[in-house]
Ligand binder design. Sequence first.
Ligand SMILES: Cc1cc2nc3c(=O)[nH]c(=O)nc-3n(C[C@H](O)[C@H](O)[C@H](O)COP(=O)(O)OP(=O)(O)OC[C@H]3O[C@@H](n4cnc5c(N)ncnc54)[C@H](O)[C@@H]3O)c2cc1C
Length: 477
Amino acid sequence: MERFDAAVIGGGLLGCFAARELSRRKLDIALLEAREDVCTGISRANTAVVYPGYDHEPGTLKAEMTVRANAAFDRLCKELDVPFSRCGSLMLSFGPRADAVLRNKLQNGEANGVPGLRLLDAERVYAMEPGLAPGLRHALFSPTAGTVNPWQLGIAACENAVHNGVQLRLNTKVEALHRDAEGYLLETDRGSIRTRAVINCAGLAAHWVQELLFPPSVRIVPTAGDYLVLDKNSVGKPTHILEYEPEEKVKGLTVVPTVEGSLLLGPFERDNTLDYATTEGGLFWVREQASRLLPGLDLDGTIRSFAAVRPNPEQMDGRSIHSFCIEHPAERFWSLIGIKTPGLTCARELGQYVAAALARELHAEENKAFDPIRRAIPKAHVLSFDERRKLAAAEADYGEIICCCEDVTRAEVLEAIRRGACTVDGVKRRVGTGMGCCQGARCEQKIAALLSEALRMPESAVTKDGKGTERIYNGAC
Ligand SMILES: Cc1cc2nc3c(=O)[nH]c(=O)nc-3n(C[C@H](O)[C@H](O)[C@H](O)COP(=O)(O)OP(=O)(O)OC[C@H]3O[C@@H](n4cnc5c(N)ncnc54)[C@H](O)[C@@H]3O)c2cc1C
């Protein structure tokens, strides 16, 4: 039976960062993920905003952590070699109710120490975003808001954790938990694991994982959300993140110019459902809101729709939990349950929080060899023509383009597979294949063939959701 000092359950953003932060200590750590790859759950589908921290009540852990996390984001992304765009955000008001909301957020933000927040008049806003609809009254400008690709960040954190000694176990679902004097026994669908400590980051299943051993204390009420993605060449794209605050007391549209250059629009929220299928009504609402807010936006440039599911934590009596739900039901057992927005922004800080708490309980020493640096897969398309020609001459795989929309070479795809991708989707999440206007129509078969050959698996296993794959990646990077 394998033995560890600490086991992290769930390889989403939170689990990957918790494992990375734990690896700053001298501990034997396992990261257990039920699926064939990391970051396939909530961390794969969300709004991708790095929030500045004006949304939360002053004095709360959420407010304090968000502001701190936001300030540290450039450095984090530099360490992990992940693109981050600090494009700033504009929260838009077209009426008196929204004006009051903006003033309230400004007050909150100032109390929380959000830098650079300003309430702008319409003239100033139109100068920044000329495509906005007429009738605007004010906007709350937050220069520190930004956007990052969530799965790229999570995969980078995971690669760095593995580089620092974390043992990643994929296709390993924790099904039962036991506790004794030694610590915890985890029964997985691949056998049992002994560990002195547990961090439970199982996303939508985190409450269920905790209940394998402890009485129910939190319940999750899911909300699904429908999104649209517009091609990077679409006309009329804004350059800032836009958050529309409507006059009616309903959630407005968020518009995000992503680091890849596409435009993300959404979500239309649907209560009480775990359904990942988008709805016609939801997508219609997103389109309608977008064309009202940005009349010149070319919605014909839509290349994708998707749905995401938000885990809303509640007390057992139905009262909502607004703070981060960090549970500590027993010594050396920590759970992050129902961490929704701003979980992406605070993923590293939440990981730090639980890792530090656990390290104290385990009396763990510092790992002086910890290396925070991870390098991304080199991208041929950012090179000059000459640099590219030289690279292709030295390594022929850099001369063969696999994804023509995003200009991704065979060498990059093979490196993604070497680093752990075992499905077409896993390659996409590492090197951006299939993210362009054809959405993989021209490259999917080529990538499936490369995966099938490299992993010696049938193409049917690598093109679907990876359920057929048996790879237990343990860090080739
Ligand atoms: C619609 C939406 C929009 C959002 N927008 C933003 C935003 O703009 N900015 C922001 O800061 N935050 C945002 N968030 C929050 C952020 O996306 C999440 O907090 C973040 O992705 C963390 O996810 P996670 O690691 O908890 O869950 P996941 O990514 O779902 O990871 C949990 C993992 O646990 C695994 N697992 C489950 N059960 C088991 C088991 N028994 N054994 C082993 N593994 C298991 C799952 O397979 C999964 O991979 C948003 C969230 C949603 C839903």
